[in-house]
Write a protein that binds this ligand. Structure first.
Ligand code: AP5
Ligand code: MG
Length: 214
């Protein structure tokens, strides 16, 4: 099963991808997570990406396309994958299609997660992530048992650098200008399935299960 999760910042792509990994045992490929890891390690990729990410802008297409192309060739993708946060522009979508074609594969579904901007802002300002295991929390909607500490591994919870109100607003603008056109792009290809992304996390997951299992 080859899936794309499409949606604005804070729509729950990462949250839902983790649930899909657990149920279907296919890997989550999050370009945001890969880039943040590179920033942390201060690799050449990380140094290039950081300035874009801190401003809420997209990292150049050729950079992320290269990352995904390599990642899709890894052995763990042989039974499928979940793309989270990629593609984000029409050129990225076209490069993905070309890469998959050389591998004799196609995208089964593009799940577009629909959430209004007011809710997105609340979700992103309250998000906290574990430095150790990457588990995600929300100060109000999904708080950890002990403030600042991960329930699962005891790691420290941190706030992402780009989750400041001004940067969030820029990310939402960038989404509308550069990523939202992919909704029409995939609708035309017949692979788009839109789900309501407001509600309980489990309820939204069930809507995704319904898309893939019918
Ligand atoms: P990326 O890491 O992909 O960030 P994003 O798209 O802005 O999305 P987020 O990760 O912020 O949100 P999400 O949809 O995963 O929501 P989450 O599940 O965490 O990209 C970051 C940057 O990297 C980009 O700005 C760009 O610079 C660069 N980049 C990455 N990919 C790129 C690409 N392809 N091309 C170019 N540049 C790229 O949920 C958010 C919060 O809400 C959490 O706290 C969660 O607990 C909570 N929550 C989730 N679901 C619910 C619910 N149903 N109810 C209540 N709360 C909920
Ligand atoms: Mg995410």
């Amino acid at each position: 099963m080859n899936l794309i999760l499409l949606g604005p910042p804070g729509s729950g792509k990462g949250t839902q991808a983790k649930k899909i990994v657990e149920r279907y045992h296919i890997p989550q490929i999050s370009t945001g997570d890969i880039l943040r890891a590179a920033v942390k390690e201060q690799t050449p990729l990380g140094k290039e990406a950081k300035a874009y990410m801190d401003q809420g802008k997209l990292v150049p297409d050729e950079v992320v396309i290269g990352i995904v192309r390599d990642r899709l060739k890894a052995a763990d993708c042989k039974n499928g994958f979940i793309l989270d946060g990629f593609p984000r522009t029409v050129p990225q979508a076209e490069a993905l299609a070309a890469t998959l074609q050389t591998m004799n594969r196609t995208i089964d579904y593009v799940v577009s997660i629909d959430v209004n901007n007011e809710e997105l802002l609340k979700r992103l300002t309250g998000r906290r992530t574990c430095r150790g295991c990457g588990a995600m929390y929300h100060l109000i909607f999904d708080p950890p048992r002990k403030e600042g500490v991960c329930d699962r591994c005891g790691g420290e919870l941190y706030q992402r650098d780009d989750d400041k109100e001004e940067t969030i607003k820029e990310r939402l603008r960038v989404y509308d200008a550069q990523t939202a056109p992919l909704i029409a792009y995939y609708r035309d290809k017949g692979s788009l399935r839109t789900i309501d992304g407001v509600g309980a996390m489990e309820q939204i997951f069930q809507a995704i299960v319904k898309v893939v299992e019918g």
